[in-house]
Write a protein that binds this ligand. Structure first.
Ligand SMILES: *Cc1c(COP(=O)(O)O)cnc(C)c1O
Length: 359
């Protein structure tokens, strides 16, 4: 009987969010509350005629559009099958067989899984006040430092100045800043680390899964120094980004109306969701993402919402027991929540139920 490598046996498997059966009440996976853009649907339908052909290996049309948008050279961009693929490529290229990764505790789960399964060593630094403890992380010697900004699962943000100081002083060889949720921040331009990536001083990860609403098509990208992109190209499988996803992403980049509406709707609904929960007596971590983290009796709130057909993400599956992560819903999802919360009294928060409860 064949046995898996010890690093594979050691990893704590990823537990995906459970969909509720309806988009308006599926609040477990931070999907777009706006649905799929019409122009994206048309682009995917048109591209289906080319399904018999291999995709463009490097997705040149998309790369050129993104290079223009971010003011970087196309050779500084690598498109991946979701940013999750790019996180794995980084691990294969720089971490496998004993490399070190420093990340937050709790980390984004893929940062943890990619490190452990490739035989790397993961150093987790507890959050302070629900945010990355950049000072403590900077002291750790590592090949890669993963910063998620805004962080998942807390929704908290570090400023551009804080990130710049970290990149300058940290002991890691490469800082990877995952900006999956940056577009939902109140002022993305002021906080993004893209200027650092453009200068080759850090790597920035972006995804089409959140703002652009393409989670089901699996496409994201990395911006970094040319050398890093060239290295990752040696590791990747050549056709990981399919024909339909490339066409969808090109249409999505040009669909400024959808982006604008998604940004505005998310910020507006995030404020209403926070207010609803706060008025019902729940403690909510202030969020700059398209979800909020509630500090509460985790099983009780999940059971209450599930009972009414709403699925949310258990904090314990994300490394934060005693919390519940709720994605920013559509208008009708918000109404459903309002109805339920009107008739619910929040239980008193157990101060020991979450690791950061005192912050
Ligand atoms: C959702 C999310 C992503 C997106 O991953 P894809 O593979 O592009 O869908 C990346 N990083 C974080 C922290 C996320 O929460």
């Amino acid at each position: 009987m064949i046995t898996a490598r010890p690093s594979v046996t050691r990893v704590r498997p990823y537990v995906p969010g459970t969909p509720s059966g309806h988009a308006d009440t599926s609040l477990a996976s931070n999907e777009s509350a706006l649905g799929t853009s019409r122009t994206v649907r048309a682009a995917v339908a048109a591209a289906a005629a080319n399904a018999h052909r291999y995709p463009d290996s490097l997705a040149d049309e998309l790369r050129d559009a993104l290079a223009a948008e971010h003011g970087v050279d196309p050779d500084q961009i690598l498109i991946g099958n979701g940013s999750d693929e790019l996180i794995f490529l980084l691990a294969w290229a720089y971490i496998a067989d004993g490399g070190r990764v420093v990340c937050a505790d709790p980390p984004y789960r893929l940062d943890e899984i990619s490190t452990v399964v490739t035989g790397g060593q993961l150093i987790k630094v507890p959050l302070v006040g629900w945010t990355h403890d950049l000072d403590a992380m900077a002291e750790i010697e590592a090949e890669i430092a993963h910063i998620v900004n805004p962080h998942n699962p807390t929704g908290t943000l570090r400023s551009r100045a804080e990130i710049e100081r970290f990149v300058e002083h940290c002991r890691a060889d490469l800082v990877v800043i995952d900006e999956a949720y940056i577009d939902f921040a109140d002022d993305p331009g002021a906080v993004t680390a893209m200027p650092l990536a453009a200068a080759g001083q850090a790597a920035v990860l972006r995804t089409f899964s959140k703002l652009h609403g393409l989670a089901g098509l699996r496409i994201g990208y990395l911006v970094a120094d040319r050398e890093i992109v060239a290295t990752l190209r040696r590791v990747r499988t050549p056709f990981s980004v399919n024909v339909l996803s490339q066409a969808a992403a090109v249409a999505a980049v040009r669909d400024h109306d959808y982006q604008h509406t998604a940004r505005q709707l998310t910020r507006h609904h995030r404020a209403r969701l926070t207010q609803l929960l706060t008025e019902a007596g729940y403690r909510v971590v202030p969020s700059q993402a398209n979800f909020v983290l509630v500090v509460t009796d985790e099983p009780a709130l999940i059971a209450r919402l599930n009972e009414h057909g709403i699925s949310v993400r258990p904090g314990s599956s994300l490394g934060l027991p005693g919390t519940v992560r709720i994605s920013v819903p559509s208008e009708s999802g918000l109404h459903r929540l309002e109805e339920i919360l009107k008739n619910t009294t929040a239980p008193p928060t157990n101060p020991r139920s979450a690791s950061n409860a005192s912050c």
